[in-house]
Design a binder for this molecule. Structure first.
Ligand SMILES: Nc1nc2c(c(=O)[nH]1)N=C([C@H](O)[C@H](O)COP(=O)(O)OP(=O)(O)OP(=O)(O)O)CN2
Length: 133
């Protein structure tokens, strides 16, 4: 079995609903995400998946859709105010926790047909969430 990991860095803002700590307020993170792929076979080049393909698809999607955006729950009232501005945002169905953002990126890797097994998202240097399919 082979395992490869691609690490991608991006910045995002968010806030948590139904949460009493400081993260209920709008704030930002410099996130580090690790996308872990596994498979039993290599292609004729000796690669599970070309790192460049992961960057071309998944890193481009993260850069275009998540990087330097507010990631907000669809139920967040601040969305109405943001819609009146030129500020970019990305709406998800659930609270934008590290767990849910890890799952979002995992599902996108599946959409791109990468053999993803795990996505680890470091929200801060000390706090990390992992989603496995
Ligand atoms: N299980 C989770 N717990 C928390 C999440 C989360 O996504 N999943 N998120 C937050 C906040 O978004 C917060 O930004 C991160 O919390 P925390 O690690 O406490 O942030 P600090 O910057 O204070 O980190 P330090 O390690 O203390 O410097 C809260 N909890």
């Amino acid at each position: 079995m082979y395992r490869i990991t691609q690490e991608i860095h991006f910045c995002y803002g968010h806030r948590l609903l139904n949460y009493s700590g400081k993260c209920r307020h709008l704030h930002g993170h410099n996130a580090r995400v690790q996308i872990i792929l596994e498979g039993a076979d290599l292609d004729e080049r000796g690669m599970l998946i070309d790192f460049s393909d992961i960057k071309a698809k998944l890193r481009t999607w993260i850069d275009d859709e998540l990087d330097h955006r507010m990631i907000l729950c669809k139920d967040d009232p601040v969305l109405e105010a943001l819609k009146d501005t030129e500020e970019p945002f990305f709406v998800i169905d659930d609270n934008p926790t590290a767990e849910n953002i890890a799952r979002l990126i995992y599902n996108k890797a599946v959409d791109f047909e990468f053999p993803v097994v795990e996505v680890c998202l470091w929200e801060t240097p000390n706090s990390q969430a992992t989603y496995r399919g």
